[in-house]
Design a protein. Sequence first.
Length: 146
Amino acid sequence: MDYSKTIKTFDDFNVGDKACFAKTITDAEVALFAGITGDFNPLHIDDQYASSTRFGRRVVHGIFSTGLISTALTLLGTGCVYLSQEVKFRRPVFVGDTITAEAEIIEKRPEKNILIVKTTCTNQNGEVVVDGQGVLMALKELKPET
């Protein structure tokens, strides 16, 4: 995708603007995520161990799900700086779940080009697995091409 075509300035965003990104999480992706981050908690990677926990099976890294929020934010409009993200983990995510990340602008603060974004991840059953709020700083204006 050519993201240069989706670059937006603060004035291009409106309260109520939404974007979604959905992904079915695979076993291979969980293994890659563990390798990239170094998080080899047996709850995420060891079937035998995870089967003995209250979850009964391996749980996908929580931060994996929140990474999908970043993609939804990019689809909302590129060119922003991601300043912060509040996250609450509501339910476990398992390999094979399809997670839909949604980002919705709920407030604009023009004094510093700030966008407040409600962020939610739901599974294929419509259950909220992650929710929170992100803060973005949008561009004031586009740099003219030279």
